[in-house]
Design a protein around this ligand. Structure first.
Ligand code: FES
Length: 106
């Protein structure tokens, strides 16, 4: 699957990721700025917060219960496209995804 991270300054990172890998894990492994993943993917830290671009919102699975609670506590404000990157797993409904990285995670 292909994931594009758009950074606040206008830069982008594009990664190819294996099915079963979350975009948080892929970002951390590849040193993508702005994705922290402090809790290791447990939907408990909110530091993997991203904004899924509108045209991809239909493809991604619905927000989970733990994810929903966590998204109310993220540093950057919650918007329609807000998701936890650790809960967006390649092969889970989408093949291509573009997200905006918030200006701050902590
Ligand atoms: Fe902690 Fe996603 S890595 S909530």
């Amino acid at each position: 699957a292909k994931i594009t991270f758009h950074h606040p300054g206008g830069g982008i990172d594009v990664l190819d990721i294996e099915p079963g890998t979350s975009i948080m894990r892929a970002a951390v492994t590849n040193g993508v700025q702005g994705i922290v993943g402090e809790c290791g993917g447990q939907a408990m830290c909110g530091t993997c917060h991203v904004y899924v671009r509108e045209q991809y919102l239909e493809a991604v699975p619905p927000v989970g219960e733990d994810e929903d609670e966590m998204l109310d506590c993220t540093t950057a404000g919650r918007l329609d496209g807000s998701r936890l990157g650790c809960q967006l797993v390649a092969g889970n409904g989408w093949e291509t995804l573009e997200v905006d990285v918030p200006g701050s995670q902590t």
